[in-house]
Design a binder for this molecule. Structure first.
Ligand code: CP
Length: 314
């Protein structure tokens, strides 16, 4: 692994999941590996879990950590090559990334999509520019279209709750008041298809995700039918990919206990943060089948196993 931007950077995703589960049992086993190495973390957008879990992971490996909130603490960064920089952006990514690469051995970048220009967002221009100019391995802390550290944590969590039979996993769209990225859903869809599961995606018509991520998933527009016999319900809102960035108002798609009663006593998952009683009802969030806190805990081990792999190749 030379970088971690998507599942395509991982030779054997299930081996990585198993390695993360081993690390979880002995988190300080590699605490000398990152000695005298620095992890840089750049945030163009807000974060709680990614920020704290990745710092913890780096420190478990003995790394020093530098964190920068780019939009608040740094110069505003121009990303277009050839730009005439006569507006508010004082520094070009060509210099900014190269300079950060002098201070850091691994660079993590979080940057959400603008949700206005689909081609631009799906080109992943920003994170690819960091790869091009930083000169050190880049880790996605959630990019415009993907959130691989979250998905790896989700697979760890599903592995830990693996039922006796091949599980049915359902990714369900749920309502939200704001336009959210497709990144978590895109990423979950491509990672879960590396596991031996039956995978169904359910959402209202018009919310189809990009084919390149859904691949062989079963699409079911009837949410109730999709929930039947499910072992895992993964809940996530996303804005429209077709009518790019549009918010669809379908409050009846909330995940509540009546819908969960249709499942095979399914575990319920969400990457967090979640808006209670808009996306998921309190009774489901507070049920013993809710895995969200375990997912958040596993973010440490997903980051740690990725940083370990990268450090071993430096
Ligand atoms: N799930 C997740 O990435 O959380 P944060 O946005 O808080 O980092």
């Amino acid at each position: 692994m030379n970088q971690f931007l998507s599942v395509d950077d991982v030779k054997d995703p299930m081996a990585l999941v198993n390695d993360a589960i081993s690390l979880k049992k002995d988190p300080f086993a590699f605490q000398s590996l990152g000695k005298n190495k620095t992890m840089g973390m750049l945030f163009f957008n807000s974060s709680l879990r990614t920020r704290m879990s990745t710092q913890k992971a780096a420190r478990n490996l003995g790394m020093d950590v530098l964190v920068m909130n780019v939009t608040q603490d740094s110069w505003q960064i121009e990303t277009q090559e050839g730009a005439i920089m006569n507006s508010d952006k004082a520094e070009h990514i060509m210099e900014a990334a190269a300079v950060m690469g002098q201070y850091c051995d691994i660079l993590g970048v979080r940057s959400f999509p603008g949700l206005k220009d689909r081609e631009m967002d799906y080109s992943e221009h920003l994170i690819k520019s960091f790869v091009k100019y930083a000169g050190v391995p880049v880790v996605s802390l959630e990019s415009a279209t993907l959130h691989p550290l979250q998905s790896l944590a989700d697979l760890i969590t599903i592995s830990e709750h693996w039922p006796k039979r091949k599980p049915k996993v359902v990714l369900t769209w749920a309502p939200h008041i704001k336009a959210l990225p497709q990144a978590v859903s895109n990423s979950f869809s491509e990672w879960i298809q590396k596991m031996d599961v039956d995978f169904t995606i359910t959402h209202p018509q018009g919310l189809e995700l990009a084919d390149k991520f859904t691949k062989n998933a079963t699409l079911e527009y009837d949410q109730l039918k999709a929930f039947e016999g499910a072992d895992f319900i993964y809940v996530k809102n996303w804005s429209s990919y077709q009518d790019y960035g549009k918010v669809i108002d379908q409050p009846e798609w909330i995940v509540d206990s009546a819908k969960m009663a249709l499942t095979n006593d399914a575990k319920v998952m969400h990457c967090l943060p979640v808006r209670r009683n808009v996306v998921i009802a309190d009774e489901v969030m507070d049920s013993e089948n809710a895995l969200m806190i375990e997912q958040a805990n596993n973010r440490t081990y997903s980051a740690q196993v990725v940083l370990k792999e990268l450090l071993q190749r430096l």
